[in-house]
Each structure stands twice: as structure tokens, then as C-alpha cells.
Ligand binder design. Structure first.
Ligand SMILES: Nc1nc2c(c(=O)[nH]1)N[C@H]1C(S)=C(S)[C@@H](COP(=O)(O)O)O[C@H]1N2
Ligand SMILES: [Mo]
Length: 199
């Protein structure tokens, strides 16, 4: 690995870097395709499927409880970044604001630009997950997923949709973009669930 892009973990960081991962310098951008440019005025977020359908405009979302978060970030292409600082809305607070159908077991995240990725409801509803609109105290830059992205720290970062515009609630697991292309349905970095689709 070229030293320019990676650094060695300090002893206290070592046990936070999953197997096969390296610490990135800076915060790399990893996007498939163009970065959509969405203003908060036109931004709209919808929930549908096994849930009472509802849309949130930007002010609806900003009226949900807001919090600061510190989270580690692991990309399946082998870079990790520890202690990223974000501000946004806890997934559990968001779930309190919608009416889920008890049949829902999985979600598919839908994004401006067409990207999709799946999660089980259990992986989505974890207390450490959040929607982020602020990175290091500044509005989340479009390249990193602004106006709003999901962050799911316990899974590889392809499960953390940038430019998220909606969530579909399902009673089964459905592949998203990378899952259809051979990536793992769950993507847990400590188990190196990199590839494997439905395996
Ligand atoms: N909409 C969308 N979300 C996405 C991606 C993408 O291409 N499109 N890439 C994923 C991948 S593979 C990673 S590693 C992270 C990268 O986030 P970053 O660019 O902020 O580092 O976003 C994830 N979310
Ligand atoms: Mo990634």
C-alpha cells in the first residue's frame, strides 16, 4: 500500500481496525457515478412499502431530534477511517416518527442518482445508526452524500447510502446495487463479509 494514502494504527486504534483494512489519511470519497446536486429546498424523503406512506421535506427532517455522533467507517475496498464526526438524526428517533407495519423485516435504501442498498430491519434499527447532514461541523459536502446520508457504522460503508431519498420497507431481503453485483447481503467487516450475495 502506498504510504501516501495510508497510515499505521496506533496501538490503541489497532483493535478497532477490522481484518484486511488500512487506515486512510483524510476521508476518501467513494461514489459509483456522478454526484447528484440536490438543494435542501427541493429535497424530499419518502417512506413506502410496509409502513404508513409519508414524505419529509427538509424542515420536517430538521425538526426531528438532532445529535452529534462519532463513528468509525470501513469501506470494503480496504480503507477505514476512525472517529468521523457527524451531526444528524438517530435512526431510532426517525423510526419513532413513522408507523411501521409489523410485517416489515428488511429495508431497501433509495438514493438520488439511483443507487440502492439493503439492510435487515435489525441492522437498520440499531441505536448507533444515524442520518447525517453535517460532517466536522459543516454541511455534509455533496461528494460525501449531502444533503443527507445514512451512516451504519457496524457494516461496510456501502450500506451507508449517500444522497438518500427514501426507504422502502419490505417483508423479505432484496438486493441493492452492489449486492446484485456480487457483494454480501449483510457486509459485516469483522467477519469480512465482502462478497457472496445471498450466501
Ligand atoms: N448513493 C450512494 N451511496 C453510497 C455510494 C454510492 O456510490 N452511491 N458508495 C458507498 C460506498 S462503497 C462507500 S465506501 C461510502 C463512501 O462514502 P464517502 O464517499 O463519504 O467516503 O458510501 C457508500 N454510499
Ligand atoms: Mo466502499
Amino acid at each position: 500500500m502506498p504510504r501516501k494514502f495510508f497510515e499505521k494504527p496506533t496501538p490503541d486504534q489497532g483493535d478497532r481496525v477490522p481484518p484486511g483494512q488500512y487506515l486512510a489519511k483524510g476521508f476518501p470519497v467513494l461514489s459509483y457515478g456522478e454526484t447528484p446536486q440536490i438543494s435542501t429546498d427541493e429535497w424530499l424523503f419518502k417512506v413506502w412499502g410496509l409502513v404508513e406512506s409519508r414524505s419529509f421535506d427538509w424542515s420536517d427532517f430538521m425538526n426531528l431530534p438532532q445529535q452529534d455522533f462519532t463513528a468509525d467507517f470501513h469501506c470494503v475496498t480496504r480503507w477505514s477511517k476512525l472517529d468521523v464526526q457527524w451531526t444528524g438524526v438517530k435512526v431510532t428517533d426517525f423510526l419513532d416518527a413513522i408507523n411501521l407495519d409489523p410485517q416489515a423485516t428488511h429495508i431497501l435504501q433509495h438514493c438520488y442518482g439511483g443507487y440502492t442498498t439493503n439492510l435487515s430491519l435489525a441492522d437498520f434499527a440499531r441505536p448507533e445508526n444515524f442520518f447525517a447532514h453535517t460532517l466536522n461541523g459543516a454541511p455534509l459536502p455533496p461528494d460525501h452524500g449531502g444533503p443527507l446520508r445514512l451512516v451504519v457504522p457496524h457494516l461496510y460503508a456501502w450500506k451507508s447510502a449517500k444522497w438518500i431519498k427514501g426507504i422502502e420497507f419490505l417483508d423479505h431481503d432484496q438486493e441493492g446495487f452492489w449486492e446484485r453485483n456480487g457483494y454480501h447481503m449483510r457486509g459485516e467487516p469483522w467477519a469480512e463479509e465482502r462478497y457472496g450475495g445471498r450466501k
